[in-house]
Write a protein that binds this ligand. Structure first.
Ligand code: SIN
Length: 474
């Protein structure tokens, strides 16, 4: 599979009207590709193409659309190693995680291929006078999809698959850090036989201008974005102009609560998975670790040992668990957050291997007060911020004291406590004795400032469908 570096508009691979932008390997900083940088005319051309393709695509039988998605997922799995190499090359994550991401992304294509043929409406009981109401499901229209660099394949798959299954056509703006995976993914969609215009990709360095243009178009009927809360707010405000539907998967600040009655080994392993996946650069990463006083020392000493055993280094080298951060800017941000945490009274009880460049060492911080900046912000790096608590009420209060509401985790073997706490946590998702909660079959998403809408599950398809009510006279 050759590296694809052009934009994909109306079934053609085209050079960028603004030339190219560089894509680098976060592990070495080397430039690995120069990718088409589209201008706003090309964004408009992609919207034209998707608008023209929409009517014939939505009129295809659901099964025909779903057959394309099935063919696409098989191609993905057949190219798993090559796609994983690209993911590692441009995002830096360890190969084992990149391979898992391809399978994870493919699972969305399969799930929505299977769900798309079940986009059922309802027939309702007759009304007085013999009128007969019914509902049908219809695609929302052309969808703009803006995706982040941390899961360059899976985040596209979990938006594009339900959109296409529902009968929508899409314009994708991939992150400028990781366009190669997006383009490779869409090259496989072309092979799978999607008609021209159904899927368009507009890589570009000026994300703000492209996002604004997509929101400004009355022909875009829905925007689906994964990224920061700050950018989500801007896009949501812009999409108000034409009352576009929005799905926003934004930042988190996940609490990870370990109660006295938890299985500590399970909790330590769950925390490592929830924290260190993609070097801590996930929206569902455990951000605030709350450990009940009775098990605090035992838990932290097990944790320290495992943190120090993590292998830091280029993701392409077998056996490394912690790759580089995506950019120097990200590295500076995490470094500053740790410095601020230490000056606000935190103590550092473990630091893993510290390599030059964008690598940040796995770090264990303790004695975090709720006012500490590291407690209030999404860390997005391999840093654990741990504090103790006394009672269940205190844990729930501390966990909920954030504007974010994406993922949360709790460890306890007491089923009554589990139900009480899971119901009290103000988050869209709760991992109970489990650190990896993402799956195509369940609704992924947040509440409060973590966003709107759900991805995956039946809900993930509903977000791309309108419900139309028909009333038949007697
Ligand atoms: C994200 O970090 O935005 C997504 C993580 C996931 O799908 O597990």
């Amino acid at each position: 599979m050759a590296i694809q570096d052009k934009a994909y508009i109306d079934g053609r691979w085209v050079a960028g009207n603004l030339g190219c932008f560089d894509v680098d390997d976060p592990a070495s900083g080397d430039i690995v590709a120069r990718v088409a940088n589209v201008d706003l005319d090309q964004v408009e051309a992609a919207i034209d193409a998707a608008s023209n393709a929409f009517e014939p695509w939505r009129l295809q039988p659901a099964q025909a659309r779903c057959d394309r998605l099935m063919a696409w997922q098989l191609l993905l799995l057949a190219q798993q190693s090559r796609l994983a190499e690209l993911i590692t090359l441009e995002s830096g994550k360890p190969m084992s995680e990149s391979l898992a991401e391809v399978v994870y992304g493919a699972s969305y294509l399969k799930w929505f291929a299977e769900q798309g043929v079940r986009a059922y409406g309802h027939t309702l009981p007759a009304l007085p006078g013999g009128r007969r109401p019914m509902t049908i499901k219809q695609p929302v229209g052309v969808v703009a999809i803006i995706t982040p660099w941390n899961f360059p394949l899976a985040m596209i798959a979990r938006k594009v698959a339900p959109a296409l299954a529902a009968g929508c056509c899409v314009v994708i703006k991939p992150a400028a850090e990781t366009p190669l995976t997006a383009l490779a993914l869409v090259a496989l969609a072309e092979q799978a036989g999607f008609p021209a215009g159904c899927i368009n990709v507009v890589p570009g360095i000026d994300a703000a201008a492209i996002g604004q243009r997509l929101c400004a178009s009355p022909r875009i009927r829905k925007l689906s974005f994964t990224g920061s809360t700050a950018v989500g707010r801007i896009l949501m405000a812009q999409s108000a102009a034409h009352i576009q539907k929005v799905s926003l998967e934004l930042g988190g600040n996940a609490p990870f609560i370990v109660f006295d009655d938890a299985d500590l080994d399970l909790a330590v392993d769950g925390l490592l998975a929830a924290k260190f996946r993609n070097s801590g650069q996930t929206c569902v990463a455990a951000n605030r670790i709350l450990v009940q006083q009775g098990v605090y020392q035992a838990f932290v000493s097990k944790l320290r040992e495992k943190v120090l055993a993590l292998k830091v280094g280029p993701g392409a080298i077998d056996g490394n668990n912690i790759g580089p951060l995506i950019s120097q800017v990200a590295h500076r941000r995490v470094s500053r957050l740790v410095e601020q945490a230490l000056s606000a009274g935190a103590t550092c009880s473990a630091v893993g291997t510290d390599l030059p460049g964008r690598f940040y060492p796995p770090t264990l911080l303790e004695s975090i007060r709720p006012s500490n900046p590291i407690w209030q912000q999404e860390i997005f790096g391999p840093v654990l911020a741990v504090t103790g608590f006394d009672t269940e009420e205190e844990a729930v209060r501390l966990a909920n004291s954030t504007e974010a509401g994406l993922a949360s985790y709790l460890y306890s073997d007491n089923v009554r406590r589990v139900m009480r706490v899971a119901e009290s946590l103000q988050f869209g998702m709760v991992g109970v004795n489990e650190g990896i909660i993402s799956t195509a079959v369940a609704p992924f998403g947040g509440i409060k400032s973590s966003g709107l809408g759900r991805e995956g599950g039946q809900e993930g398809l509903d977000d791309y469908l309108e419900t139309k009510y028909l009333c038949f006279g007697s």
